[in-house]
Design a protein around this ligand. Sequence first.
Ligand SMILES: [Zn+2]
Length: 83
Amino acid sequence: MAQCRECGKEFIQNRPFQVFCDDRCKGAYHRRRYRQMAVEEAEQRREARMNGHSAPTAEERQSASDVLARIVEKAGPRLHRRF
Ligand SMILES: [Zn+2]
């Protein structure tokens, strides 16, 4: 016997590691989880804006392009000599 993670009802597992008594409970659990994640994400974005930052992905993209620029700088002279 196992206990359903959604409704708490005890049920017999059809397969190992089954945690929901049926698909309805599984769907309800995942929908709630997904909504929770969306709320947390929105909250983080709001906090980032309040701290005066733009989206954190913009900063990540910036540092990535800096690295790329350095690689191009280093590779540049070598490429010129070869051609
Ligand atoms: Zn259930």
